[in-house]
Design a protein around this ligand. Structure first.
Ligand code: ACO
Length: 326
């Protein structure tokens, strides 16, 4: 038993801020941002929410798959930036789409979230527990970004991407995923919900330190360029697939230089590593499904092509999965 991706979708907010717009907020420049990251502009929510973007991307993926909402029996939303904690974003998506038969939950694994949503859904489908899954990565990171910190605010953007998966009887590829919680301090974001009655009694002010993303950029960069090639080699070896069989390497879009470094370490041409970070910035768990949907819409994905999906980010968490396009 394996899975097929039978439809994709995405939603991108129309409001954009280019690098000059960021340079009006903090001490940076278009030249610096483009050279160090490859980013030219990013789309930012302007009325949309993580849930509303997830619904739009999910609706599009169902249409593209020719699957009705009632047929979906699993919805997983990967996000670290939902406007809803209760109910979870996946239940909100279920309600909006009318997916009345679906089991729904959210998954929190930052930029590796979509990869883990894919693996989780694939395991459920391969195990015969569910037969049709809608997986979505949706993020409004602009709400979690400190717009006074030039070390982070240049990087992030908002958007959502989705895929519909169905169980089928093709070959099942096993993923490689890892985590290193001991290095989690490289990228942190505090919950806004750790202020309670004791703080009131002690007359402690609500302390906003840490309620925006904080990052040791260099540490994350070094981690990514080492671990991602390892995970890719690992997933190929685990499944007995040769690297030259891979048509596409779809990496989380965190920084163009990270993608270039991974390509170089693997000895592969950049043509096999699609990049759209120039347009969207880092959209965390939405980046891989947005890229997948773009490629699908452009007709770049051909039947029988093998691809690697690779995610990495906060946690630290990273991994890679193999997929053969139907
Ligand atoms: N504009 C201008 N100058 C800047 C900026 C900026 N926005 N940011 C830093 N600088 C300066 C620094 O102060 C430093 O100056 P100095 O040499 O005088 O001290 C110089 O530029 C170099 O700074 P570095 O931090 O070494 O820059 P680097 O080349 O490492 O690029 C960056 C920084 C872009 C953040 C990079 O480290 C990176 O992309 N890291 C990976 C981040 C990432 O992928 N994070 C997301 C993970 S996904 C998730 O889970 C959410």
């Amino acid at each position: 038993m394996a899975v097929s991706i039978c439809g994709t979708g995405s939603y991108i907010p129309s409001y954009t801020i280019d690098n000059n717009g960021i340079a009006a907020l903090v001490d940076t420049s278009d030249g610096w941002i483009q050279e160090r990251t490859g980013i030219r502009r990013r789309h930012i929510v302007d009325g949309e929410t993580t849930v509303s973007m997830a619904c739009e991307a999910g609706r599009q993926a169902l249409t593209s798959a020719g699957v009705s909402a009632e047929e979906v029996d699993l919805i997983i939303v990967s996000t670290i930036s939902s406007n809803m904690i209760l109910p979870c974003a996946a239940c909100e998506v279920q309600k909006e789409l009318g997916a009345i038969h679906a089991t729904c939950f959210d998954l929190s694994a930052a930029c590796t979230g979509f990869l883990l949503a894919y693996n989780t859904a694939a395991a459920y489908l391969a195990g015969g527990i569910y037969s049709t899954a809608l997986i979505i990565g949706s993020e409004s990171l602009s709400n979690l970004t400190n717009w006074k910190d030039r070390g982070t605010c240049i990087l992030f953007g908002d958007g959502a991407g989705a895929a519909v998966l169905k169980a089928d009887d093709r070959r099942m590829y096993l993923p490689v995923t890892r985590a290193d919680g001991a290095k989690g301090s490289a990228l942190t974001l505090k919950s806004r919900h750790d202020w309670n009655v004791l703080d009131v009694k002690e007359k402690r002010d609500y302390d906003s330190d840490g309620y925006f993303m904080q990052m040791d950029g260099k540490a994350v960069f070094q981690f990514a360029i080492k671990r991602v090639p390892e995970a890719i080699r690992g997933v190929l070896e685990k499944n007995g697939v040769r690297q030259e069989e891979i048509a596409w390497f779809l990496l989380h879009q965190a920084n163009r230089r990270i993608i270039e470094s991974v390509a170089k370490r693997l000895g592969e041409p950049m043509e096999k590593f699609p990049v759209n970070i120039q347009e969207y910035g880092n959209t965390s768990s939405a980046s891989i499904p947005i890229l997948l949907d773009e490629m699908n819409k452009k007709g770049l994905l051909k039947s029988g092509q093998k691809m690697v999906l690779a995610g990495f980010g906060a946690g630290l968490i990273w991994g890679a999965a193999l997929y053969e396009w139907i």
